[in-house]
Every structure is written in structure tokens, then in C-alpha cells.
Design a protein around this ligand. Sequence first.
Ligand SMILES: C[S@@+](CC[C@H](N)C(=O)[O-])C[C@H]1O[C@@H](n2cnc3c(N)ncnc32)[C@H](O)[C@@H]1O
Length: 215
Amino acid sequence: MAERGLPDDRRKRAYWVAEANGDIGQTEARFDVWARHYDADVAGLFGWQPPLEAAAAAERYLPKDARILDAGSGTGLVGEALAARGYRNLVAADLSQAMLDVARSKGVYREFCKVDLTEPLPLEDRIFDGLLSIGTSAWMTGEPYAEFARIVRPDGVIICAIGDERYREGRFEAVIQDLADRGVLEVVEVGPAFRTFPRSDLPDEVRVRIFRVLK
Ligand SMILES: C[S@@+](CC[C@H](N)C(=O)[O-])C[C@H]1O[C@@H](n2cnc3c(N)ncnc32)[C@H](O)[C@@H]1O
């Protein structure tokens, strides 16, 4: 073990951080420790695929001048994938200052916001055209999606990448169904399952899911 508990085995680091689920202080502390290794571990070593798939999906719904919140931006891999496709009006939000510091160094975001996404957000209604929340579902339930829908304008989209089991058991399905029943949003796309870490033998799969905000 090195760096305040960070496992030496890079395969175990994502799971070590995920074990903090439910404890916001531990989650923040563990991401703070992981921050400077995160890109090399998840993107470099394992080929972290969700940011690339989500950015490709964003291009089908959002014009290049869209103002987009990257909710749970981490080190900015989603911002980099969006910037590679021409998006420039990006805002990063994350719990971990160290992750945000790495994101800032990428030079792809206009604004930064240190927030706990599981709390009411200190953001005005309807100020974003789109919101992406990628790689965050292990640390939260579906509950923040009501707030996500509040800060995205009508006809804007929310894009996430979540595996089927987590979608059901993490209260995403129930929360999204409730929001749909209340006419707040609609499900517009559930993509094919793909491997989260295609360069590893880790079996995890997720799907890009896209919700359109209605009011
Ligand atoms: C696995 S990383 C994903 C980062 C980035 N979206 C990506 O795809 O590489 C999860 C991120 O969610 C953030 N996070 C976890 N719980 C959070 C919360 N309650 N509020 C805000 N951010 C949170 C962590 O700090 C971390 O940066």
C-alpha cells in the first residue's frame, strides 16, 4: 500500500475507491489520493471507454456551442473527449479538488465547480443545454437526476453510462421512471452494452442512456 491506502495493484484501485460508496468524506479523500494516477490507471492501462462513447452520443443531440455540465468530471476525460469533437463550452463539477485540479490542467473547461452532486446543486434552473455524468453511478443513486433535470433546459439532454444491474439496483430506473411519469423527462436512447475497460479482463459493461428534459 502507498499514498494513504491507495492499493499498489492498479487493478484494485477503482474497487478501493468504489468501496467508499455511501461515505462522502471517504469518497472525496480516496479520489484526492487517486487523482494523479487516475488517467494512467483507467484510460492508459484499461482503455476506459465510457467517455468516448458518451461524447459520440452527445454529438447526435448537442450542437458544438452547447453549454454542457460534466457532472462528476474527475480529471476531465469526458471534457477531453468532447473537446476533441469540437465542444468548447464545458463546465466541470466534482467532489474532489485534486481531480478538478487535474481537469483544469487539460485546458478544456471554461468553469469549475466543487460540489457534492448528491446535495441540492448551487446552480440556477435551465442553464445547461446538456449534462454528462460518466463513471459516477458507483458513488451515487439515481436521486440526483431530479436536480440534473432542473439545471438542464427543456429539450436539453442528460447522458450517462450505467450497467443494467446498477441501473436497476441503484434506484436509477425508479427515479427516471418517476421523472418520466411526471413529464419532467423522457428516455430517448438506451445504447448497446459495451465493455467499460476493453483493455483489461474486467467484465464490467455499461450502456449509454440518454434522457431528454421536457420541462
Ligand atoms: C470514476 S470517476 C469518473 C470521472 C470522469 N467522469 C471519467 O469518466 O473519467 C468518478 C468521479 O465522480 C466524483 N464523485 C463521486 N461522488 C461524487 C459526488 N457525490 N459529487 C460529486 N462528484 C462525485 C469523484 O470525485 C470522481 O472524480
